[in-house]
Design a protein around this ligand. Structure first.
Ligand code: GLC
Ligand code: MG
Length: 422
């Protein structure tokens, strides 16, 4: 969070399963639309927070399966674990507050007396979260009875039912809502309270997110019955919470537009972005648009025309160099010629490209370095590399690509890199 020196323009706090991630869309289209929008218009001055029920183990699995961006803050295990940055540094201060009237042993002992409860996987049992599966028809009754018994044992817990099957037991002070309130308080104390915050969710454990004051909320169109019921009973007159018409990440983009929180046109929704010149040419924008163009080129979704190649070459410095992640160097102009040969080679195939953590720094007047992670999914294989692009500005002609350098990401090092173009 130190990355930002002033309050975030927008902080998005989103659930993952069935909110950011649409498990019914193998193409991940709405997620990819969100990703491009975020990197294009928000990454540099806003905060992305993921708030999931998943434990760190299952969260990391999801990151491998889906094209998720890297968030600034990761809240896991239903608001019981908060971590910061890429290296996921834990917030120990938050954990300390959760021990109040909480005893894992007692929770395990009391729950073992309920035959209706089936324990979830070992990875999902956390220091401040005990999780079960329970049939929808039994959920209410079990929750009531269990609350009474744990109260009698001196504990103060919160029992949350989600997705029509999951039952989580947490300390009263935990949960996604409390974790968000804690984060907002922390940001405020640093003088960095976000200008706007948007909470996004689909199921029972997200309900709390929508009761935090001054926070906008979106329940995606595919929200679960238990969340819609909670909303009807508790928040239906709150104009800051909407039920989107679109599914998952599409609903998040819709809410950004409806609440007027900032730009809501994803570059993926623009068909010819080479034509759409922005007023203040920003080097980060150039990179997002280029890699989107690259995806479309290889998928054969843009015409194989001279005009495109000429326009790309015109934006490169004649002496510009590209350092391939394998270490080989070639000129940027040759790299474009290479790319031309690959037009449509991924047509009809599973092929997607996305960029993550696009950050531009002006290193000298008129000179910019843009750093990012570039990912390519081809069939079932995914490879990624860190990329640094140096731009200079040419009087009246905007940005010029001067130097591009790539290095394999840790997990991509041993993979076959022969088909990597840029
Ligand atoms: C995630 C967690 C699970 C939890 C559920 C609802 O699926 O893996 O343990 O019960 O979210 O919060
Ligand atoms: Mg969910």
């Amino acid at each position: 969070m130190e990355r930002l020196t002033s309050p975030a323009r927008l902080m998005i706090v989103s659930d993952l399963d069935h909110t950011m991630v649409d498990h019914h869309d193998p193409e991940n289209l709405s997620l990819l639309r969100f990703n491009s929008l975020w990197e294009h218009a928000y990454r540099h001055d806003s905060l992305l927070v993921f708030s999931t029920g998943r434990s760190p183990t299952l969260y990391k699995e999801l990151r491998k399966e889906k094209p998720l961006l890297t968030p600034d803050v990761t809240i896991m295990s239903v608001g019981t674990e908060i971590t910061y940055g890429n290296s996921m540094v834990p917030d120990h201060g938050w954990v300390d507050t959760l021990n109040h009237k909480w005893d894992l042993g007692v929770v395990k002992e009391e729950t073992s007396k309920f035959s209706e409860l089936t324990l979830q996987a070992e990875t999902e049992q956390r220091p401040h979260k005990v999780s079960f599966y329970v049939d929808k028809s039994k959920a209410q009754e079990v929750t009531k009875e269990l609350s009474l018994r744990l109260e009698k044992r001196g504990l103060d817990v919160k029992i949350i039912y989600s997705g029509g099957m999951d039952l989580d037991i947490l300390p009263q002070g935990a949960g996604k809502g409390q974790a968000l309130a804690y984060l907002l308080k922390k940001l405020k104390s640093e003088g960095k309270l976000p200008v706007n915050t948007l909470a996004c969710g689909d199921s029972g454990n997200d309900a709390e997110l929508f009761s935090i004051p001054d926070v906008y909320g979106v329940m995606v169109s595919n929200a679960q019955e238990e969340l819609l019921k909670w909303h009807a009973e508790n928040a239906k007159d709150n104009p800051k919470v909407i039920h989107a018409k679109e599914r998952c990440a599409g609903g998040i983009i819709q809410a950004v537009g409806e609440f007027e929180l900032g730009p809501n046109l994803s570059p993926r929704d623009v068909s010819d972005f080479l034509e759409c010149k922005v007023e203040n040419a920003n080097p980060g924008h150039e990179v997002v648009k280029f890699f989107l163009f690259y995806e479309r080129w290889r998928r054969g979704e843009v015409e194989n025309s001279e005009a495109y190649a000429a326009s790309l070459k015109a934006s490169c410095h004649p002496g510009g160099v590209f350092v391939h992640p394998s270490g080989t160097e070639k000129s940027l102009i040759d790299t474009i010629d290479e790319l031309r040969k690959h037009h449509g080679d991924k047509q009809g195939k599973k092929f997607r490209v996305w960029v993550d953590q696009v950050l531009a720094t002006e290193t000298a007047p008129g000179t910019w370095i843009v750093k990012l992670a570039k990912w390519e999914q081809s069939g079932d294989e995914r490879i990624g590399c860190t990329t640094a692009v140096k731009f200079t500005t040419k009087e009246g002609e905007g940005l010029v690509w001067k130097h591009v350098e790539q290095t394999w990401s840790e997990e991509s090092k041993l993979k076959d890199d022969s088909s990597w173009i840029i």
